[in-house]
Write a protein that binds this ligand. Structure first.
Ligand code: GLV
Ligand code: MG
Length: 315
């Protein structure tokens, strides 16, 4: 291990992240009662310009009136981008009036670490002025080419930063990729056209101790396509995926939870390595395969996630 280490900033279960437009309050109650681990109330792209002010008001009311924490939800708000005049009011109004009920702010279309710096600075001032005790976390969407170019710097831009999200739709637009669909494979491409970007982002996240979350899959009538995309992300180290429709919540929870067989094998690896340590051995054979301390580290990741999931289920 390097002498320089960035510890995981914060563990939160974020297998499924339900996107809820702030302009549609009829969906708030359903979101509250859903099985999503995480919910973000949206001020940004799911809200038309004429509805922005009302959406902000709806969000403030929903944060104050609904018991998100009591329903086991982490609650976040996606503000508008820093290139819009809506953004400062999103932060000021929402955090001043409901910041004590908010877990994180999701910043879209982050391009440079300064974008995060600005929101961090505003949050710090408002929290101090309003005596908000729990610091609000920051999450960023990596969804423009500039953000991907700077992803390593963005991943270390603030102590508040908890997660980066891969926003495949805007990323496709920003790269002028030949597609008009949100997520999924392009048959013209041999493999996953998003692979290198997904890989780059997850490495940046893990280097600096933050979570990596996969973004939307637009075709909610294609559960197989959704599941396949989630599995590709999970294989790389992503720990959650957006749900843009309630039907995608269960799919995300399923894919992003280590299967019982995997948990059982991980526990057996840890037990076998304990025995190996007692016998003064670094490597042993389990089920016909060599395992060593690197196997223990992989197994610990699986068991840690399974424990967090169990703890939530018991609440
Ligand atoms: C999400 O915001 C995306 O653009 O995919
Ligand atoms: Mg986007």
């Amino acid at each position: 291990m390097s002498f320089t280490q960035y510890k995981p900033v914060r563990t939160r279960l974020q297998r499924s992240e339900l996107a809820v437009p702030g302009s549609n309050p009829s969906m708030f109650e359903k979101a509250l009662k859903s099985d999503a681990d995480y919910i973000f109330l949206d001020c940004e792209d799911a809200v038309a310009p004429d509805d922005k002010e009302q959406a902000r008001k709806n969000i403030i009311q929903a944060l104050n009136d609904l018991d998100w924490a009591g329903h086991g939800k982490t609650i976040s708000v996606r503000i508008n981008g820093l290139d819009t005049h809506y953004m400062y009011r999103d932060v000021v109004d929402i955090v001043e009036q409901a910041g004590h009920r908010l877990d994180t702010i999701l910043i879209p279309k982050v391009g440079t670490p300064s974008d995060v710096y600005m929101v961090d600075c505003m949050l710090t001032q408002i929290e101090e002025a309003r005596k908000i005790k729990n610091p609000i976390g920051i999450e960023c969407l990596i969804e423009i080419a500039l953000g991907m170019v700077n992803v390593e710097a963005i991943a270390q831009s603030s102590k508040r930063l908890e997660a980066l999200h891969f926003g495949v739709a805007d990323f496709a637009a920003s790269c002028r990729a030949r597609t008009v669909v949100i997520g999924g494979l392009n048959p013209d491409y041999p493999g996953d056209q998003w692979h290198s970007s997904l890989q780059r982002m997850v490495i940046a996240c893990r280097a600096y101790g933050i979570r990596a979350i996969d973004g939307p899959f637009g075709d909610f009538n294609d559960p197989e396509g959704y599941t396949a995309a989630a599995m590709r992300a999970a294989a790389l180290g992503y720990e959650g995926k957006w749900a843009i429709h309630p039907s995608q919540i269960a799919l995300a929870n399923e894919v992003m939870s280590p299967p019982p067989k995997e948990v059982e094998r991980a526990k057996r690896i840890l037990a076998a390595m304990d025995e190996a340590a007692k016998a003064g051995k670094g490597a042993v054979v389990l089920d016909g395969r060599m395992i060593d301390l690197a196997s223990s580290r992989m197994a610990e990741n699986v068991v840690r996630m399974a424990n967090v999931i169990d703890a939530k289920a018991k609440k």
